[in-house]
Structures are given as C-alpha cells and as structure tokens.
Design a protein around this ligand. Structure first.
Ligand code: ASP
Length: 339
C-alpha cells in the first residue's frame, strides 16, 4: 500500500513539473536590409537558408537536451559568427581604414545581468566574450584593447584581424568609399555623404532570442557594424536596451538595422516596456516600434523577439530580413523576404 502511494506521489510530481515547463522557443536573425529578390539567385537563397536552419536547430537542440536559453543563444549565434555569409565574426564588414571592429552583447532575462563588448579586433567569437563579461566581470560593457586584455585573461580565442576578411565585404567597402568620395566632392559634408550611402552597405548583423523550459529568456546580438564606419563608431548591437534586451517580466529582443536609430529610440527595451506597462501583446509592441515609431523617424531594420508564453514576433520595415524560428515540437521555419 505504502509503495503504491509513493509511486502515485512520484507520478504526480513528475506530471506537475511537466505541466509547469515552458515551451522551448528560439528565433534568430542574420540581418535586415535591402535584400533584392531579383538579384538573389536560388542557389544563394539555399545557402543562406541552410545556414540559418543549422543555427536555429543548434540552439533548439541545446534547450531540448535541458540546456538554458543562454546556452542556446550562444550556440546559435556562434554558427552565424563562423559563417562568412553574415556580418558578424568571419564575414564582418570593414571599417573605413580597412579593418574589422566587432560588437556584441547578451542579456539574461531572469537576473537582468548583461555583458557586452565593443570595437574588438581580435576576438574570434565576440558573443563568447560578451558572455564572459556578463559572468566574470563587474562591468557590463568593455571596449577595444581593454576588452581584448580581458579576453586573454579569460582564455577566449584570439585571431588575427585578417581572419575576418572576405572578398565580398571588401568589395562593399571599396564601393562605399567611392560613393562617399563622390558625395563629398559635391557637398563637402561628411554627414550628408554617409547619410546617403545605400542601405545595403549597412546591414547583416546576427542575433538570437530564446525561451527555455525553465521559463527564462535570453537575447544576444553580434555584428561587424556598418561598412566604412569611422572614428571608433559603435552601433546599437552592444548597447543594452538598444540592440539587445531581455527581461522575464516581458520579452527578449535582438535588433538589426540602422544602429544610430536603434540607439536613439532605445528599440529593444522600448518593445519590452510597452508589453509590460501597456499590457499589450508582443506582436503589437514590436509592430508599433518597428513599423510606426521607427518608420516615422526614418530608421530601417527589424527585430526578433520572444515572450514567456513562447510567442514570437519578427517585424521588419526593410525589404527583407534573414530569419528563422523554431517552437517546441515543431520544425524550423526559415524566411528571407516579406511574406
Ligand atoms: N545594427 C548594426 C549596427 O548599426 C548593423 C546591422 O544590424 O546590420 O551596427
């Protein structure tokens, strides 16, 4: 009799813990911008889609095996950082001087802990260093040489700056510089010359957001920034609240787009705050910020977001955004253009 009661109790508690599990969910992006359907061959689309699928599946598998959303976000982002297709890690865009300066950040929604790095030149995986800043430093954002010194101490892999080189991005730099020179010859205003740069020189950041079975949210973002950027320019990606934000009380967001606007409009945190204070859905909050507030301001780009119920929102106001998502018990959904 006692044995039966014990078995019944164990069964009940197993059921209760299953019932309180959250639906594991992950969404990723590989940048938003002018992605021209007519100029993108079917073979290129397949290449991008299969890398996005690999990344989202990798993050999902981590959580399926009991891992946390933090581990899933890192795993997914590292697949994209290692791929030359995206503007993060290998394949990062070039600065005006012909180098690579990388930015990344991560935020954990359970504790509101966050870590970020900006302007690093030798760190193979900037998102891994951002995680180290979050876990093992007393600071939130480290930059330049200091961040690299910290990386050495933490045993983070360093590479030559040329490791990030790709022909495609170098050609984009040459085109951008030519355009800047042409504009400067006409107007003499550096600001105007940069503002008129074709948007396609600006995008390609990667990011991931996830909800694990424990109900904890994480967001992470990694980027090479903007082609031909100058003077130590830092974008929104390593700025907590602008390019990345996560809070278990609302949602997790990773952004991509014209970083200056995302900083000024505090995009990621604004979406979470609207959900929390206005009691509106994730989709409504995300849509309002991307398709109303940012459009009115002239800022192009998009975000991916997930909430604690496993809802996903991925609005963008550009012609495309490389993106993928996967919900519990479902297979990955991968998209590039507006549908
Ligand atoms: N937001 C990034 C930046 O401004 C660029 C991007 O998303 O591609 O640095």
């Amino acid at each position: 009799m006692i044995r039966k009661i014990i078995i019944a109790l164990i069964a009940c508690s197993a059921f209760a813990s299953l019932a309180t599990q959250y639906p594991i969910t992950i969404a990723i992006h590989g940048g938003a911008g002018t992605i021209d359907k007519n100029k993108m061959t079917a073979a290129m689309q397949v290449k991008y889609k299969s890398k996005l699928k690999e990344a989202v599946d990798k993050g999902y598998a981590v959580m399926e095996k009991g891992g946390t959303s933090q581990q899933a976000v890192i795993a997914a982002i590292q697949v994209l950082e290692d791929s030359p297709l995206f503007n993060a890690g290998r394949g990062a865009v070039y600065t005006f001087e012909g180098e690579h300066e990388l930015d990344a950040s991560i935020m954990y929604g359970k504790t509101l802990n966050a870590g970020a790095v900006a302007g690093v030149k030798q760190v193979k995986s900037p998102i891994a260093l951002a995680e180290q800043v979050m876990e093992n430093s007393v600071h939130v954002l480290l930059s330049g040489q200091g961040a690299e010194e910290f990386a050495k101490r933490q045993g983070i892999e360093l590479v030559e700056n040329s490791y990030f080189d790709t022909k495609k991005r170098y050609e984009s730099l040459l085109k951008a510089k030519k355009k800047i020179a042409e504009k400067l010859a006409k107007s003499k205003s550096i600001k105007a010359a940069y503002q008129q740069l074709d948007v396609k020189y600006k995008y390609g950041t990667v990011g991931a957001v996830a909800l694990d079975q424990y109900g904890d949210l994480t967001a992470g973002t990694s980027t090479g920034g903007m082609t031909a950027k100058r003077f130590g320019r830092i974008g929104d990606s390593p700025i907590i609240g602008a390019g990345t934000y996560a809070n278990n009380d609302s949602c997790a967001v990773s952004a991509t787009g014209h970083g200056e606007y995302f900083i000024r409009y505090h995009v990621a945190a604004d979406i979470c705050a609207r959900m929390q204070y206005q009691g509106i859905s994730l989709q409504d909050a995300a849509d309002t910020v991307i398709n109303k507030v940012l459009v009115k301001a002239g800022g192009s780009g998009g975000i991916i977001a997930v909430d604690r119920q496993g809802n996903i929102a991925m609005p963008f106001n550009s012609s495309g955004m490389y993106r993928a998502s996967r919900k519990q018990g479902e297979s990955a959904v991968v998209k590039i253009f507006k549908e």
